[in-house]
Design a protein around this ligand. Structure first.
Ligand SMILES: Cc1cc2nc3c(=O)[nH]c(=O)nc-3n(C[C@H](O)[C@H](O)[C@H](O)COP(=O)(O)O)c2cc1C
Length: 314
């Protein structure tokens, strides 16, 4: 079975600039998702419109993700997006309290009737493919087990499971057993997501879930952009640090052209280093140096020092 890999959506990290630059320098990703799109006070933010527009996503296989708990809003968002894209992904996983407490994202997982009602309306009114990304529950793994009979009534193109509870946020371990349990009763395609950080963790998951051949990579891939290539067994003799430096310079250049003012550019670049620093020797010190940089020139100094003194380890 051919292994399929996708890039997870990470709000504030995997925007179209990151996705395009990543795809150009590293690739080996079959599908790219964007962080969730939602309607706020009747509107979609300008930065979001840029993020999902076709001219910014036409160099990759791209699936937009929406966040909503309202069936009419679902149709509104999906109709707009399906003019350019053949598939829409519905977010039933977001754990952030500000989202989940408003019955959105993972906060909907204990409401199977509501999910059923929205899916019924969506399948009756839309022509596009629909997939779902979810967690194993909000407060209990019973949620996903109660939901599967509902989901089995629809022809979802994909069910992406991150097996943590909403209330866990990112703590504790991803529970592979619940994915196994779901795979025995769910009738359509499952993609596994969560804690794939290197080839070993990938192989461990692959061994425990032998019927799954599709995986979504998030934090592990951002920390080590060569992870997809390693998983697919593609070997090159490229100098990893040198390629990463080019990628970093490209990100910096693209954000400098897009964003207004040093502070915004600095914040965006610093955000990546929570992950990038993990691929360098002295990760903690590396991350601290980046966080300490209080303006653009100090950031450049920190980067130059890191690239000179630390080694690429992943
Ligand atoms: C900062 C951050 C932002 C995220 N934003 C989204 C999002 O917009 N939509 C979504 O479905 N998941 C989002 N996620 C969850 C990831 O897509 C993924 O499910 C999670 O990180 C587990 O996978 P990983 O261990 O490979 O990172 C986010 C995660 C993080 C850490």
């Amino acid at each position: 079975m051919e292994t399929k890999l996708s890039l997870a959506p990470l709000q504030g990290i995997t925007d179209y600039i990151f996705r395009n630059s990543f795809n150009y320098y590293f690739g080996n990703i079959d599908t790219y998702y964007c962080p969730f799109i939602r309607i706020e006070k009747g509107d979609i933010r300008k930065s979001k419109i840029r993020d999902f527009s076709i001219e910014n996503n036409n160099k990759m296989n791209f699936i937009p993700q929406i966040l909503t708990n309202d069936k009419e809003e679902f149709i509104q968002l999906a109709s707009m997006l399906s003019k350019d894209y053949s598939e829409i992904n519905w977010n039933l996983g977001c754990p952030f309290p500000m989202v989940a407490k408003h019955n959105l994202g993972s906060g909907m997982l204990d409401k199977p009737e509501l999910i059923d009602d929205i899916l019924k309306h969506a399948f009756e009114n839309l022509d596009c493919k629909i997939s779902i990304k979810l967690r194993s529950g909000y407060k209990s793994e019973e949620d996903i087990m109660n939901l599967i009979p509902v989901l089995n009534n629809y022809n979802l193109s994909e069910l992406i499971i991150h097996p943590r509870l909403g209330i866990q946020q990112y703590k504790g371990e991803a529970n592979l057993d619940i994915v196994k349990k779901v795979s025995k009763v769910y009738k359509n395609k499952i993609t596994y997501n969560g804690d794939i950080i290197n080839k070993e963790s990938f192989e461990n998951i692959q061994n425990k879930l032998p019927n799954i051949n599709s995986y979504m990579l998030g934090r592990g891939l951002i920390a080590n952009p060569f992870l997809a290539q390693e998983i697919k067994g593609i070997t090159t003799d490229v100098d990893k640090l040198e390629l990463f430096k080019e990628f970093h310079a490209d990100l910096l250049n693209r954000y400098s052209n897009l964003l207004n003012g040093d502070t915004q550019i600095l914040k965006r670049m610093q955000g990546f280093w929570e992950y990038f620093s993990l691929s360098f020797t002295n990760s903690h010190k590396t991350h601290k140096k980046i966080k300490k940089a209080s303006n653009a020139s100090k950031y450049i100094n920190a980067i130059n020092q890191i690239f000179k003194e630390e080694k690429w380890i992943s």
